[in-house]
Ligand binder design. Sequence first.
Ligand SMILES: [Zn+2]
Ligand SMILES: [Zn+2]
Length: 204
Amino acid sequence: MNVKVLVVGPYEVNCTVLWNDPEKAWVVDPGYDAEEILSVLKENGLTLGMVVLTHSHFDHISSVNKILEGKKIPVYMHRADEQFAFSPMNAMPPYSPTEKPELMKFDKDDGDVLEFGGLKAELIATPGHTLGGWCLYFKNENLLIAGDTLFAGSVGRTDLPGGDWDTLTASLLKLKVLSDDTRVICGHGPGTTIGIEKKNNPYL
Ligand SMILES: [Zn+2]
Ligand SMILES: [Zn+2]
C-alpha cells in the first residue's frame, strides 16, 4: 500500500491519498487545496477511484466536488453525518455549504469493510466528535485513519453540533483495543501509534 499525507487548508487537515492499484486510488478527507490533491494524483500516475470522508466537518469535505472533476466516483460517509454535512450550518461565511456529490454512498456502517483497488479497510464507527464519524482501519497494513476522533496527545472536541463526550469516550474504547503498533494518521497534526497514545494520552 502506498500512502501520502497532504496537509490541506487553513485548519491543516491531513488528507490521505492511498493506492495499491494506480487506476483505483483512494482519497480520504479532501478538505481544501483541490489543486494540490489533484497534482499528487497526477505526479504519481493515479486515477481517483473512491473518496472517503471520516466525518462531515467542512474542513474535511470542502474540496470533494473539485477533486471529483465531474466524474461519477463514489464518496463514502456515515449516514448519521449526512444531514449536517451539506447544511448551511456546516459552512464558514462567506462560503456556501458543500454540495452533495452525485454518487454519495451511505450504505456502510460500523464493522463493514470497504474493499477497492486491492486495499481493504474496516470501518469503525466512532461518533462523539460528530454524529457519524468513523475511522478507517487497514488491518493488513496496521494503519488507522482516525479523522478527528483521536489526535497525538488529545481527542476531538465535543462542543460542536452532534458532539457528545460520553459517546466519544465509548468510541475511544474501540480504538484502544487495536494493537499497540497500529500507526495512526490523525485528522490534524502529527501521526502517532495506538501504543504511544495508550501511554501518553490522558483521554485513552
Ligand atoms: Zn471535525
Ligand atoms: Zn477537523
